[in-house]
Design a protein around this ligand. Structure first.
Ligand code: ZN
Ligand code: FE
Length: 255
């Protein structure tokens, strides 16, 4: 693959991602929590930042933009519907649109739920989707602005991607998410195994992000709201998938 992905830890528990295309020379950043760790990573590889893609307007995803723009003059891309509260955009995109990044397709996905304007970016040639605070490792973002129905529709869009897609999400929350997930599915062996692996990784300060869609489908309680065994265990056998999702999300908020 001529596309390389680097995970860049930022702030206390955020992740940004750099995607470098050796063929075109494009180097894209997905979310900009703060500038210096990203600049250090760019220097390490001698990469020139050419694009910044923003998932949503929260400070811990955009605060590094101004400094990186001043240093590298990249093109800044974000959701048209959130242009009023994102940093100045060079290109405003709509969900459903395919953005051409120097010959590589970047699919803009509607990822509303955590915020109303949240988008995600799927890069098929990198087999990766950049989900910000929508789908997360063993979790999903809190519903600050959207409805459970919106977030469930967002999660279904992700579930339709190829199983080997890398889920590049915005935070290291996996251990805490696992403690909650175990309360929903105490008998899920794949989940128990993932919780062990997460503990081992975190003990040596290793990142548990990105994960894969296949792993999320097997272990993430929010993606499993439509499963008969999950519905039955929650006493919601006759509820709609979105209603079960809403119950699981509400339980996580109280956890
Ligand atoms: Zn957020
Ligand atoms: Fe965040």
């Amino acid at each position: 693959m001529t596309l390389e992905i680097e995970t860049v830890p930022c702030l206390a528990d955020n992740y940004a991602f750099l995607v470098h295309d050796r063929k075109s020379g494009a180097t894209a950043l997905f979310d900009a929590p703060e500038a210096w760790p990203i600049q250090r990573e760019l220097e390490k590889h001698s990469w020139q930042l050419t694009h910044i893609f923003l998932t949503h307007h929260h400070a811990d995803h955009i605060d590094g933009v101004a400094e990186l723009v001043a240093a590298f003059h990249p093109e800044v891309i974000g959701a048209a519907r959130d242009s009023g509260r994102l940093p100045p955009l060079d290109t405003a995109v709509e969900p459903g649109q395919i953005y051409d990044m120097w010959g590589r397709d970047v699919h803009v996905l509607d990822a509303a739920g955590h915020t109303s304007g949240h988008v995600a970016y799927h890069v098929p040639r990198a087999a990766a989707v950049f989900t910000g605070d929508s789908l997360m490792a063993l979790g999903c973002g809190r519903l600050f602005e959207g409805t459970p129905e919106q977030m469930w529709a967002t999660l279904k869009r992700f579930m339709a991607l190829p199983d080997d897609t890398l889920i590049c999400s915005g935070h290291e929350y996996t251990a805490a998410n696992g403690r909650f997930a175990a309360t929903i599915e105490p008998n899920n062996a794949a989940l128990a195994h993932r919780i062990d692996e997460t503990a081992r990784a975190r003990a040596v300060n290793a990142a548990t992000v990105p994960s894969s869609l296949a792993l999320e489908k097997a272990t993430n309680p929010f993606l499993r709201a439509g499963r008969a065994e999950v519905k039955a265990a929650l006493g919601l056998a006759d509820a709609s998938d979105a209603q079960v999702f809403a119950q699981i999300r509400a339980a996580k908020d109280r956890f």
